[in-house]
Design a protein around this ligand. Structure first.
Ligand SMILES: [Fe+2]
Length: 310
C-alpha cells in the first residue's frame, strides 16, 4: 500500500497528500464515502490511492466536502458523474456551489482550476453523520472558509479538522472574500475545537497529529499574532498563494509569476489593503522570503519551482 495511506479501522483510511491536494478520508463500509477529493489535475492519482483502500470510484455512494476550495473538491465533478453518488457540504458552501459563485469558492479570485458539480445534501452544525458504526458530529468552523466544517467522531475522539487546524499552521485567511473578521471567526472555531476531547487530529494538509491540545494552542497563538499584526496575516496569505500558484502553473520565470500576480484580482488589492499599495515591493519581499527558506528554488533555466509536494 502507498505509504501515504494510513488504515485507521477496517473500513476507514486516511490519505495524506501534499499542498495542492488536500488530504482525504475513505470509508469503505456503508455508505461508501469519500471525504474531500483533492485537486482537479491530480484526479487520476487520487483515484489510484482510493483504489488502494479497496474502493473503486464507480462504487462511491457519498462525497462529503469539508469546504469548496479547489484542493478539496477537485475530483467531485468526475467522481460524481462516474458513480452517481450524492454530494454533501455545509449549507453555505453548497449554496455558493449551486449559485456557480467562483468568487466565494476562491477559484476565480485566485485563478485556480476547478469544475462545478451537482450537490444533494446540506450539512448543518450539530447534526450527526453516521458512517457504519461511527458517528461524526458536524461542526461549523468558519474563518478560513465561510462554510467550512470539521467532523468530530463521538465514538473515538478523532477530529477531521480540514483547513482550520494543521500542525502549527492553518489555511490562508482571505479577508477580502471571507470578511475582515475572518481571523476572529477562526479564533472562535479553534476555541470551540479546544473544548472537545480530541484523541487524534486528521488535518486537511500534513500528517496526522496525536497531541491535539498542543496543536490547537499553536494555531491559537498564530491567529492571535495575525490579529495583533494584520500585515503578518497578509504575508502568510501572499506566501502561501505564491507557493500554490507555482505548484499549479510552474515552473515559471520570475517575470512570468510577477505578471500573473499583477493581472490577478487578488494581488493588487491585497497590496492595497496590507502593503501600502506597494505591489512591486510586496512581490519582491515575499518571493525572496520563499527563496531564502528554499520553499521555492530556481532550476537550470532560472525558473521557479516549488519544493513542497503537490
Ligand atoms: Fe481551504
Amino acid at each position: 500500500m502507498d505509504p501515504r495511506i494510513t488504515r485507521l479501522t477496517d473500513e476507514l483510511f486516511f490519505i495524506q497528500r501534499g499542498w495542492l491536494n488536500g488530504n482525504h478520508l475513505v470509508f469503505t463500509g456503508g455508505p461508501r464515502t469519500l471525504i474531500d477529493t483533492g485537486y482537479i489535475r491530480d484526479a487520476a492519482e487520487t483515484e489510484s490511492l482510493i483504489a488502494q483502500c479497496g474502493l473503486e470510484i464507480e462504487q462511491v455512494e457519498l462525497i462529503v466536502n469539508t469546504h469548496a476550495h479547489c484542493d478539496h473538491i477537485g475530483g467531485n465533478a468526475e467522481f460524481q458523474r462516474r458513480s452517481g453518488c450524492k454530494v454533501a457540504l455545509h449549507m453555505i458552501e453548497r449554496y455558493f456551489v449551486d449559485q456557480r459563485n467562483d468568487w466565494a469558492t476562491w477559484w476565480g479570485y485566485y485563478r485556480q482550476d476547478a469544475a462545478f458539480f451537482p450537490t444533494h445534501y446540506s450539512l448543518t452544525d450539530g447534526e450527526v453523520l453516521t458512517l457504519g458504526e461511527m458517528n461524526w458530529l458536524v461542526l461549523h468552523t468558519p474563518g478560513h472558509a465561510m462554510g467550512q466544517i470539521a467532523l468530530y467522531c463521538l465514538d473515538t475522539g478523532w477530529l477531521v479538522s480540514a483547513d482550520t487546524l494543521w500542525g502549527g499552521d492553518f489555511g490562508v485567511l482571505t479577508t477580502r472574500v471571507e470578511g475582515l473578521d475572518a481571523p476572529f471567526r477562526l479564533r472562535e472555531s479553534l476555541e470551540r475545537l479546544s473544548r472537545l476531547k480530541v484523541q487524534k487530529i486528521l488535518p486537511g494538509h500534513g500528517p496526522i497529529l496525536d497531541d491535539a491540545p498542543a496543536a490547537i494552542q499553536a494555531c491559537l497563538a498564530r491567529v492571535e499574532a495575525f490579529i495583533e499584526d494584520p500585515r503578518r496575516m497578509a504575508q502568510d496569505q501572499v506566501r502561501k498563494i505564491l507557493l500554490y500558484t507555482v505548484l499549479m502553473r510552474g515552473p515559471l520565470h520570475r517575470e512570468g509569476l510577477r505578471d500573473l500576480l499583477m493581472a490577478s484580482p487578488w494581488f493588487p488589492e491585497t497590496a492595497q489593503m496590507y502593503f501600502g499599495g506597494k505591489m512591486e515591493a510586496a512581490f519582491r519581499e515575499n518571493l525572496d522570503y520563499l527563496l531564502e527558506r528554499e520553499l521555492l528554488k530556481l532550476d537550470d533555466e532560472e525558473r521557479l519551482l516549488c519544493t513542497l509536494p503537490a
